[in-house]
Design a protein around this ligand. Structure first.
Ligand code: NAD
Ligand code: ZN
Length: 240
């Protein structure tokens, strides 16, 4: 059975499909991993309840309190996994990163083709006039962030439970997955839909899973690496 290095050396169109486990080495907790956010409750509420569209509209103040405390890590830096994916892109091997992460770390690492199918905490929009705001707006506004232009609520471009993901990001993601020869699924429990089903579009040669715990894709994968994504990617030799 080939190892990951051999698969990468043979591949010409790689896509990485990533989740929160790719960013834990940057100090951002995942949801369902051993030290994930779902292990605890916040004021008696589960993260799924708070990060839902209905909670956002009914209790925006509590939503933003949780969001600032638990989901924003403005000082987090890309780790070895993000940096290796950027190198793979520069080496002409990687066709795109499809990520469920909202931390923006793939773009900060320098990857050009990133499909952020659940949005990004770095982008925020006024719900009334659509004015754009960066992350500072959310970090520096007390309580509910308001638009400077019209006073509307500024909402993070982050897909909440009950909301549909961005159609164009999803279409691009599925197109890349259906055209690649190698799909590396890393740091995701594959439990969020429709993202998890995007893997059904893969018809290439090599499916690789890099995850700390078992995933529903393990059975179909040619190679399953049970471990730390940052360490696995750091060990690769990528010639640019
Ligand atoms: P998840 O929490 O459901 O699963 C993460 C998986 O990664 C787990 O199976 C865990 O065992 C594994 N893992 C943790 N650390 C790892 C490491 N260092 N190396 C390899 N594997 C590791 O996350 P998900 O599947 O991405 O889905 C949850 C949703 O949570 C997504 O929609 C995403 O938007 C959101 N989320 C994003 C962030 C982020 O942007 N960094 C963080 C938490 C949650
Ligand atoms: Zn406005």
């Amino acid at each position: 059975m080939p190892d990951l290095q051999q698969i990468i050396d043979r591949s010409r169109r790689i896509v990485c499909f990533t989740g929160a486990g790719v960013s834990t080495a940057s100090g951002i907790p995942d949801f369902r991993g051993a030290d994930g956010l779902y292990a605890g409750k916040w004021k008696g509420l589960t993260p799924e309840m708070i990060l839902s569209q209905s909670f956002f509209f009914l209790h925006p103040e509590a939503f933003f309190e949780f969001y600032r405390e638990k989901l924003l890590f403005p000082k987090a830096k890309p780790n070895a996994a993000h940096l290796a994916m950027e190198r793979l892109e520069r080496a002409g091997k990687l066709r795109g990163v499809v990520t469920q992460n909202v931390d923006g770390l793939h773009k900060r690492a320098g990857n050009k083709l990133v499909y952020e199918i659940h949005g990004s905490v770095w982008e925020n929009y006024c719900m009334d006039c659509n004015a754009f705001y960066g992350l500072e707006k959310i970090l520096n506004s007390p309580g509910i962030p308001r638009c400077d232009r019209c006073g509307g609520v500024v909402k993070p471009w982050v897909v909440l439970y009950g909301e549909a993901p961005d159609k164009y990001s999803c279409m691009g993601a599925c197109r890349e997955i259906s055209n690649c020869d190698t799909l590396i699924v890393a740091g995701t429990s594959l439990s969020v839909e429709p993202a998890a089903s995007f893997l059904d579009y893969f018809h290439g040669k090599h499916l690789v899973v890099v995850n700390a715990e078992p995933t529903p894709a393990d059975d179909k994968a040619e190679l399953v690496l049970r471990g730390n994504a940052a360490e696995v990617f750091e060990s690769l030799e990528i010639r640019v």
